[in-house]
Design a protein. Structure first.
Length: 476
């Protein structure tokens, strides 16, 4: 393998060794502080990257001697890993943190901490400092690997601990991970974003793009496959930008081929792709690699070129459609396409919104993730005139959802009677005996089966296509 060198800031081993020493110190402190093993509750909001960060947080807490609980009021340590992408997510965080005020008052030994993207914003950190005095520890996205040292200060010091450095970001390899599942796993391949879409706060809170070295990613993937993992999802704010800071350059498509060559029966997924960096090479790699899922999540956000320019998306409607058409040409009906849409971007007119409607009619997406525009303080879009009232934007959203519902229902009909290799990932609805699986195209299939099938691949025949899910049975 080539010797790749990353032009980015990698946390030196000596600093990680210091954090391992803090793990031992925390373990000693909590053994003296609590009569039994203390429990930690890690509450995660937002994207899969936050989920991956929380798995690292739990990995470090496990090393420090904590057990885990989902009940906040049973925990001696509560950590809120927050999301800043939309206002609704922020409101939920403030409400849930505030709800612990009484619990903290009655149990002063409890440590309450907040981290993640919200905390990387100075005005949010200041609000926590001023209005939530019972929060003991606040740390940003760039110092997750320093949790042991920060927690030690919170446990032993007299002052609240705030650690929110304003940097371009680092990469910390070797941080312990406690995964939520053993058959499905997330692998972050890069961090940060350089795109600066005018509505998005992510580049400000996650820092600049920085890619992990392929050797580290391959090592992690091989270990997961050898341990029995069946689905690996590669994560990045824009996976298509992977490798730009590596010397020599390695593209995301090449990385996919490297992972695809690992021995074993497993499936590779990835998210999220940005259309401006989506290449024909990537689409050809998807088509040619048997382990890479034929599911393309390619957010287009708006079907109107003026709005796309105002969003600073750096592609056009025509460029997007050319990518989609080439992907369909390569993969045909095996390809499932999903996307993200923002409705009611500042200055968007109803006529421009109709261009989004016409695009979804042309592409025929499997499903969509749709959002009404949410202003984020510190982004250019938050300063733009926004004359359309929320009620009108809501009507546009309902019109979009109704159109996509018809498209999804029609799409699903083509799967009737077909058999798919599906990954069985969990139980179905509570009270029933069904299980849920996902096709290669990431479509949910509900079927009756024994729980022992969870975590395996099974061939399932579709018996009834619904609007967004399929009903099926084990193939004979």
């Amino acid at each position: 393998m080539d010797n790749f060198a990353a032009k980015t800031s990698t946390v030196p081993k000596i600093q990680l060794d210091i954090q391992r020493d803090y793990c031992k110190k925390v373990k000693k402190v909590i053994s003296q502080k609590y009569d039994s093993q203390p429990l930690a509750c890690v509450v995660t909001y937002g994207c899969q990257q936050n989920v991956a960060d929380s798995e690292k947080i739990k990995g470090m807490l496990n090393e420090m001697g904590y057990g885990f609980t989902d009940e906040r009021t049973n925990a001696q340590l509560v950590i809120f890993n927050t999301c800043a992408v939309r206002e609704h997510a922020e409101d939920r965080v403030f409400g849930n943190v505030g709800a612990l005020k009484k619990y903290k008052h009655e149990n002063p030994g409890v440590i309450i901490a907040c981290c993640g993207c919200m905390m990387q914003q100075p005005h949010i950190a200041e609000k926590i400092k001023r209005s939530y005095p019972f929060v003991d520890l606040v740390f940003g996205t760039h110092v997750v690997h320093e949790l042991p040292g920060l927690l030690y200060k919170a446990l032993t010091g007299k002052k609240r601990v705030f650690e929110i450095p304003d940097t371009d970001g680092v990469i910390a390899e070797g941080v312990p991970v406690l995964r939520d599942e053993d058959k499905r796993a997330w692998i972050p391949i890069m961090y940060g974003c350089n795109n600066f879409c005018s509505y998005c706060i992510v580049p400000y809170v996650r820092g600049r793009e920085r890619s992990r070295e392929p050797q580290q990613i391959l090592k992690e993937a091989k270990e997961l496959v050898e341990s029995g993992c069946k689905e690996i999802t590669l994560l990045g704010q824009n996976v298509n930008s992977y490798g730009k800071n590596l010397e020599p350059r390695v593209t995301f498509a090449r990385l996919l081929r490297m992972i695809n060559d690992i021995d074993g029966d497993f499936r590779i997924r990835f998210m999220t792709s940005h259309p401006k960096d989506c290449t024909r090479e990537l689409l050809e790699t998807m088509a040619q690699c048997d382990k890479v899922a034929k599911h393309l999540h390619l957010p287009f956000q708006s079907g109107n070129n003026r709005v796309l320019k105002a969003m600073n998306r750096n592609y056009t409607r025509e460029k997007y459609l050319s990518l989609i058409n080439y992907a369909k040409e390569l993969m045909g009906d095996s390809l499932s396409i999903t996307s993200d849409i923002i409705v009611g971007f500042p200055g968007e007119t109803y006529e421009e919104f109709k261009d989004t409607l016409s695009l979804i009619e042309e592409v025929k997406f499997t499903s969509l993730f749709t959002f009404i525009y949410s202003p984020r303080k510190g982004t250019p879009a938050a300063q733009m005139p926004d004359p359309v009232p929320a009620e009108e934007k809501g009507r546009w959203l309902r019109e979009l959802l109704a159109a996509q519902e018809k498209i999804s229902a029609e799409n699903m009909k083509k799967y009737a009677g077909k058999t798919f290799k599906c990954f069985v990932y969990g139980k179905g609805k509570p009270g029933g005996h069904s299980l849920e699986a996902r096709t290669d195209g990431n479509i949910i299939v509900e079927f009756d089966g024994d729980e022992s099938l969870i975590g395996t691949f099974k061939d399932i025949t579709v018996t009834e296509p619904l609007t967004y899910v399929l009903k099926g049975r084990l193939a004979e």
